[in-house]
Design a protein around this ligand. Structure first.
Ligand code: G3H
Ligand code: ZN
Length: 294
């Protein structure tokens, strides 16, 4: 199947009052697991490569990007590629040539006016290339080991009026909103501010994106989709599933040396996690096992 476009998948999800799952991939096993999991439930999916993943790959985008494109083109379900949490303009400019139909331009660390100016410039460039672009307003926090933001600190939550002005002034195609989730949680105990999400949904005419979704139980994910979230970013849940499965396997098989044995176990665990989360987002409801539990 040819590569899908993120904007099309998000628009279709929003029209169906559903959400498309967007998984962060680091290794080829992540890529294969996300595609296999989405295929097993017959749902489209977004594969995301973050700037941090590129840094891990010695700063090179293309090796992982080309493998991801090749895998996505052979998928039985629509798969789109997205560059995630991009702060580097150099990386932004590599997006179209590397097969990415969309980027998330992350200038949320900057004061409002600087975020607006940097995002505006990125949007102008991206749209000229036919790239769909997401930005962030508010502090979702938790990236790169930083502590979660104090929910009462100024700017820790996305303000609906400010968000409406930001979207109008920048021309972004989607907005990542800070409504109570935090990046890199390994427990599924976060609770969203659903009243704020409702106000944001009413104030904005672009799809809303949820980051830090690994920390949310199934019922919060379902409520987020009902509240207007159309793209759900998930990263840590895959790593928790992979690492947990490999840790158990190696404890049971201390003699193992063939990396295919433990990477295969890790890939299977991620595939199950993807299938379950994609089903929750598409169908709603469901139970909340710990990540990595089938
Ligand atoms: O952009 C990526 C996501 O926000 C991933 O967050 O690792 O907490 O699931 P997570
Ligand atoms: Zn994120």
């Amino acid at each position: 199947m040819t590569l899908a476009a993120t904007g099309d998948l998000v628009a279709a999800a929003a029209a169906a009052r559903s959400a498309v799952a967007a998984f962060n991939v680091i290794t080829l096993e992540h890529v294969e697991a996300v595609i296999a999991g989405a295929e097993s439930v017959g749902a489209p999916v977004v594969l995301q490569v973050s700037e941090n993943a590129v840094k891990f790959r010695y700063g090179r985008l293309l090796p992982l990007a080309r493998a991801t494109v090749a895998a996505a083109e052979r998928a039985a379900v629509p798969v789109a590629l997205h560059l995630d949490h991009i702060q580097s303009d150099d990386l932004l400019r590599q997006a179209p040539g590397a097969g990415f139909s969309s980027v998330m331009y992350d200038a949320a660390r900057l004061p409002y006016e600087e975020n607006l100016a940097a995002t505006h410039a990125a949007v102008d460039w991206a749209h000229a290339q036919g790239i769909w672009i997401e930005a962030e307003l508010g502090r979702i926090g938790g990236k790169d080991g930083e502590p979660p933001p104090d929910p009462h600190a100024p700017g820790a939550r996305t303000d609906p009026g400010e968000a409406a002005a930001f979207v109008a002034d920048t021309g972004v195609d989607a907005l990542a909103v800070a409504v109570g989730s935090t990046h890199a949680m390994t427990t599924r105990t976060a609770a969203l501010d659903h009243g704020l999400l409702k106000r944001l949904s009413a104030a904005l005419d672009v799809p809303l994106v949820l980051h830090g979704s690994s920390g949310l139980p199934d019922d919060e994910l379902t409520a987020a989709v009902a509240g207007g979230i159309a793209k759900v970013n998930i990263g840590t849940a895959l790593n928790a599933a992979m690492t947990g499965a490999i840790r158990s396997f190696l404890a049971e098989h201390p003699e193992a040396v063939d990396s295919r044995r433990y990477l295969g176990v890790g890939r299977e665990a991620m595939t199950r996690t993807v299938a379950r989360l994609v089903s929750v987002l598409r169908d709603g409801g469901g139970r909340t096992p710990a990540h990595g539990t089938p």
